[in-house]
Design a protein around this ligand. Structure first.
Ligand SMILES: C[S@@+](CC[C@H](N)C(=O)[O-])C[C@H]1O[C@@H](n2cnc3c(N)ncnc32)[C@H](O)[C@@H]1O
Length: 246
């Protein structure tokens, strides 16, 4: 999966990152089993199509992610192969976080459990201000919290509601870095490798790097990867394959 050609003999103590373009499941398949410490991801879920069909996401149709339409959705029918791969690449005793809406959450939970994960609970990302919708305006999103094996959270005093204002005029559906920072701090250690197979603008990667973790990212869209790369470099990370993968 990773190109080792230009690597120096001595890995840097700085956080490193490696980005690839392609389908999330294909990318995961090329990663060795039991090699990642944490996966945080945010697929473009199928129910977005429904929101778009009723016109509530018109403002997102011409996005930075593509020349015309918004990015393609990742169908619920592919969750089985996605979660099986996420489970395989995670080390024993690790966590997996999946951003999604309530509708996708009901689909995803049993499929992830069938892949081997233990489901703990949905965390709530409280966006602090109302957004789309007619049947109670949307103010929150789920982050499904899964476990492979058994792992203690680093800080048992953190609540299951994470407050952070939504991002305006960012990448489509960009998540605030501070939300992923809590997940990174709770479920990994300094020097660990965090991965996001649908990295978008790289928010989870920036969170990882802010806390001294390495990052492996993938997206199907080249422009997303350019944005991610810029953000990770600005955050002080090196564009180099993390040492555990050399
Ligand atoms: C919801 S966005 C991620 C946003 C990200 N969390 C952020 O904060 O910027 C989903 C991303 O998945 C990408 N994507 C769509 N289909 C994909 C696929 N099959 N494999 C990998 N990435 C895909 C899209 O290009 C988009 O960038």
């Amino acid at each position: 999966m990773l190109n080792h050609d230009s690597l120096p003999a001595h890995p840097s103590p700085l956080p490193c990152f490696s980005l690839r373009q392609g389908d999330a499941v294909d990318w995961l398949r090329a990663i060795p089993a039991a090699s990642l410490d944490l996966v945080i991801t945010d697929p473009p879920y199928e129910s977005l199509e429904k929101h778009r069909a009723v016109g509530t996401t018109t403002r997102l149709k011409h996005s930075k992610a593509s020349s015309n339409d918004w990015f393609k959705i990742f169908p619920n029918a592919r969750f089985g192969e996605l979660f099986a791969e996420v489970y395989r690449v995670l080390k024993k005793n690790t966590h997996f976080y999946l951003f999604c809406d309530h509708e996708t959450g009901f689909h995803a939970k049993p499929i992830a459990e069938a892949a081997g994960f233990r489901f703990w609970k949905p965390l709530i990302w409280d966006k602090k201000r109302i957004g789309m919708g007619y049947h109670y305006r949307a103010r929150y999103e789920f982050i499904l919290f899964f476990e492979k094996g058994k792992r203690r959270l680093n800080d048992l005093s953190i609540p299951d509601i994470i407050e952070a204002p939504r991002i305006h005029r960012g990448y489509p559906t960009e998540k605030p870095v501070e939300v992923s920072e809590i997940l990174v701090e709770q479920s990994s250690q300094h020097g660990d490798v965090v991965a996001d197979p649908f990295c978008g603008s790289g928010s989870a990667g920036v969170a990882a790097v802010h806390h001294g973790r390495h990052f492996l990212g993938n997206d199907i869209c080249a422009e997303a990867l350019e944005i991610t790369r810029e953000r990770l470099l600005t955050a002080g990370a090196k564009d180099r394959v993390p040492a555990p993968f050399q």
